[in-house]
Design a protein around this ligand. Structure first.
Ligand SMILES: NC(=O)C1=CN([C@@H]2O[C@H](COP(=O)(O)OP(=O)(O)OC[C@H]3O[C@@H](n4cnc5c(N)ncnc54)[C@H](OP(=O)(O)O)[C@@H]3O)[C@@H](O)[C@H]2O)C=CC1
Ligand SMILES: O=C1O[C@H](COP(=O)(O)O)[C@@H](O)[C@H](O)[C@H]1O
Length: 309
């Protein structure tokens, strides 16, 4: 059995890089931190929903607080519900995870956040969004006399609308002066056929470098630690195989109900008891990934493409 090396850890980090990140890590990678020149627009699609409120906006706030976002960043929420900027701010503020003395910082952050309402299946709203982004980029995106506007789209939406929204973004909202990236939160399909269909749909619209598929559960510390324990711990590494492990048990525990997460359970047995629907969503992505984290062989290079294959 080969000894574990620092390279093994780097290889594992490479895998983590592409597919196993939480919202914050994904956004940080996708925005290449605060050093990149030009204007950065982060668009949260499904901004009126549960994931946006509980995970995505707080993650963006944490990046802002840590100085990982360029000074020329704006955050746009997009969804069908008609909301004012103020109503969106009031909705997300309690979830940002700010301490009582961070009032001014929160106000500064919310000042960067605005909201656009529009449909997912017609170009109208996306045209307004594109115009808004372009105006911001024209104003703030100057780099050495040239203009650069980078756009990050985060789909905090039910899976049923991913394909339509991706098509709209591709036809109406691509940046013509910088990069465009699309973050897709799990579930990535509910079975092999739907995962392949989604993959080929997105693959026809965006390049692999533009696509970030994430499951925030795999960015959790416990799961990340499993990777280190498997590949970088000299005691566990030689023992982590079928000769020494009789079975692996993964327990999914959640003690609360739907709580506004209608879209979350869409197509995953919404009529079923909440626990079963929640477990079905978790099983379709997170739990399989946990199992893979236990089992996948060490990839031979640290690039995401090596990890994917
Ligand atoms: N909530 C969570 O903790 C987690 C969620 N996810 C995933 O993130 C995505 C979003 O989840 P979540 O925010 O909970 O879902 P929501 O039900 O809150 O949906 C998000 C938004 O999408 C719009 N929407 C809801 N249902 C539909 C529909 N049938 N057709 C079109 N638009 C709809 C609504 O906005 P509007 O009507 O204003 O357009 C809603 O505010 C899902 O893929 C979910 O599986 C992943 C991990 C955790
Ligand atoms: O992916 C999921 O995330 C949500 C939120 O979980 P949290 O522990 O990060 O707060 C969870 O409710 C859901 O069951 C799971 O599939």
């Amino acid at each position: 059995m080969a000894a574990t090396t620092v390279d093994d850890v780097a290889v594992v980090s490479g895998m983590v890089h592409k597919a196993h990140m939480d919202c914050e890590a994904a956004l940080r990678t996708a925005s290449t931190a605060g050093t990149e020149p030009g204007a950065l627009s982060i668009v949260v699609l499904g901004a009126s929903g549960d994931l946006a409120k509980k995970k995505t906006f707080p993650a963006i706030f944490h990046l802002y607080r840590q100085g990982f976002l360029p000074a020329t960043t704006r955050v746009y929420g997009y969804a069908r519900t008609k909301l004012t900027d103020e109503v969106l701010h009031a909705k997300i503020k309690p979830y940002l995870g700010a301490s009582p003395d961070e009032g001014p910082l929160v106000a500064e952050f919310l000042n960067m956040v605005s909201y656009i309402s529009g449909p997912y299946d017609k170009p109208d709203g996306f045209e307004v969004l594109n115009k808004t982004l372009t105006q911001f980029e024209d104003k703030e995106g100057a780099v050495d006399g040239l203009w650069q506007g980078n756009r990050l789209f985060y789909m905090a939406l039910p899976p049923s609308v991913y394909p339509t929204v991706a098509t709209m973004l591709r036809s109406v909202c691509m940046s013509s002066t910088g990069w465009t990236r699309l973050v897709v939160e799990k579930p990535f399909g509910k079975d092999l056929d739907s995962a392949e269909a989604l993959s080929s749909h997105l693959g026809a619209l965006f390049t692999e470098e533009q696509l970030y598929r994430i499951d925030h559960y795999l960015g959790k510390e416990l799961v990340q630690n499993l990777l280190v324990m498997r590949f970088a711990n000299r005691v566990f590494f030689p023992l982590w195989n079928r000769s020494h492990i009789a079975s692996v048990q993964i327990t999914f525990k959640e003690n609360f109900g739907t709580e506004g997460r209608g879209g979350y359970f869409d197509e995953y047995g919404y009529g079923a008891p909440v626990g079963i629907a929640a477990a079905a969503v978790a099983l379709s992505n997170s739990l399989w990934c946990y199992l893979l984290v236990q089992r996948f062989p060490s990839p031979n290079r640290s690039q995401p493409v090596a990890a994917c294959s």
